[in-house]
Design a protein around this ligand. Sequence first.
Ligand code: COI
Length: 362
Amino acid sequence: MSEFPVTRTNRPARRPADDALRFGTVFTDHMFLMDFHPGEGWHDARIVPYDNFSLDPATCVLHYAQAVFDGLKAFRGADGVIRLFRPADHAARLNRSCERLCIPELDPALIRQSFEQLVALDHRWVPSKPGTALYLRPTVIATEPFLGVRPSSSYRYFLILSPVGPYYPEGIDPVKILATDQYVRAVPGGLGAAKAAGNYAASIYAAEAAHKAGYTQVLWLDGVHRRYLDEVGTMNIMLRINDEVITPPLAGAILAGITRDSTLRLMRDWGLRVSERPIAIDEVIAAAADGSLAEMWGTGTAAVVSPVGELGYKETRLTINGGRIGALTQRLYDAIVGIQYGTAPDPYGWAEPVRISDNEAA
Ligand code: COI
């Protein structure tokens, strides 16, 4: 596939120091754009300076949230090599989200090329401090200006890049999560399995209430019984009771996390007993009470592997593993970041080096 045309910025921005990086607050010099129109399909792929969009106030996405995105990371290894983590799986998931939202799918090879070419062009923005990365946010929005409710006839795919530090202010320190049976994020048959913008809008009211109560995130329970663990919204959830690792199944309401999949694969290859099965909040509370709940953690691209140190539910506040990171959580974190930064062998071929041409390296 030939390279996409590039219009370079004539005002390159100053890159923040790695130590100053938070999550998603600064963006690189360029972005990737591509448009869809009837009769033309996806066309006009290009890289241009990072800038605002101009949208008609009637634009479909602004009213009915016909929008999907994904999130993946590029890491700078100690060897200087920049690696993308499972880009093909992220491209495939973006297309599955598109299908669910009636958005025309993109050529997966083209999505991957957009990742590689934009990261190669803005490679100086990939931070190198452990725990930092360049976050890629591929997004598709409905762009037709009209107020009827039906699929838009036109769309824009855009890719922006953000150098990031840890997603949670806690970093790798355990986070506090609050299970709620008052609000729901998704129901089977709804949008929960897609990375749809609307899922995140649905989550912020309860997340604000959780913050006010001193928690970092909400642990969503299923939308039907309001009893079984679903996910955290920013990450999938896993826990260990005795020697069984349990995570909710991909039953239509939760996101098929790529880090979820990676950690499951690792644990199965380590010979651990891993169950993808429904788990009720009462089972978790009972396990905490009898001492068998050994550890709990979340997995996600932004969150990586995040220990959960405290779980709230109604009047109960449970401290898990004394509020410290558990041994398995630490082992998973080390294994994942080792592959991502190229400091450990990658038997699965998950970390894909990005080729920087001499032209871009100069
Ligand atoms: C991610 O982990 O990439 C996410 O999209 C979660 C959050 C930042 C929205």
